[in-house]
Design a protein around this ligand. Structure first.
Ligand code: PGA
Length: 258
């Protein structure tokens, strides 16, 4: 793995954790996490818990990401939150296009085409999620779906900023199901995503970080993270307990050493 691609573990809390929970979590995580482990770590918290998550993490290097963001800076968009609002809190980035947002809240590739560059321009790290359904995989449509999602979402990102986007490959059939993708299958899809970035810029393809997500747990993280194109993991259920995150960070740290 080139030096520039620092391993990245992100926890996605989804609609779990109040502000009080988040504060306590941060303190527990900091007390258990090995220092100087070489792994970039982020927590994606609900909007209401972002400030408390930052507070609990106490100016550590751990990043805090929102789970969505509107593309406009302000406007008549009831219920939405913009990049300047997140930045004011001290938030570092935003998860964009998670499959649950696509499935239940009508998040579209068209909106993501605005959201990804808007996050970058505002100084937030976008973490773009892509992935196929079980039916699409069975129908041999995985690459077509990934091509569409990646090309569309990155279309308005300038070539020299492509590597600042973090991409998470999350096959929908593996999310929350306990059915983790095999390391080979995840490697194939992520190698394909890297090649798609390479169609725009060879340099960006070398540097962009692509994570795997979908039922990553402490006991399966190491074999996934050992794959050459997989730069980290986006972890849902197992990230709700700080001990789960600590174990997965340790597995990622071993990749830094090997
Ligand atoms: P999971 O969720 O780890 O619980 O499968 C992953 C995600 O939705 O990001």
């Amino acid at each position: 793995m080139p030096d520039a691609r620092r391993p990245y573990i992100a926890g996605n809390w989804k609609m779990f954790k109040t502000s009080a929970d988040a504060r306590e979590y941060g303190q527990r995580l900091l007390s258990r996490l090995p220092m100087g482990n070489g792994v970039e770590l982020a927590l994606c918290a609900p909007f209401t818990a972002l400030a408390a998550t930052l507070e609990g993490l106490n100016d550590s290097e751990i990043k805090v990401l929102a789970q969505n963001m509107h593309q406009e800076r302000e406007g008549a968009y009831t219920g939405e939150v913009s990049a300047p609002m997140l930045l004011e809190l001290g938030v570092h980035g935003a998860l964009l296009g998670h499959s649950e947002r696509r499935q239940y809240f009508n998040e579209t590739d068209r909106a993501l085409q605005e959201k990804v560059p808007a996050a970058l321009e505002a100084g937030l790290q976008p973490m773009l999620c892509v992935g196929e359904t079980e039916e699409e995989r069975e129908a041999g449509e995985t690459q077509r779906k990934l091509r569409h999602q990646v090309q569309e979402a990155l279309e308005k990102v300038p070539d020299d900023r492509l590597a600042d986007v973090v991409i998470a490959y999350e096959p929908i059939w593996a999310i929350g199901t306990g059915q983790v993708a095999t390391p080979d299958l995840a490697q194939d899809a992520i190698g394909f995503i890297r090649a798609l970035v390479g169609d725009r810029s060879g340099d960006a393809a070398q540097r962009v970080r692509v994570l795997y997500g979908g039922s990553v747990k402490p006991d399966n993280a190491a074999e996934i993270l050992a794959q050459p194109d997989i730069d980290g993991a986006l972890v849902g259920g197992a990230s709700l307990d700080p001990d789960g995150v600590v174990e997965i960070v340790k597995a990622a740290a071993e990749q830094v050493q090997t």
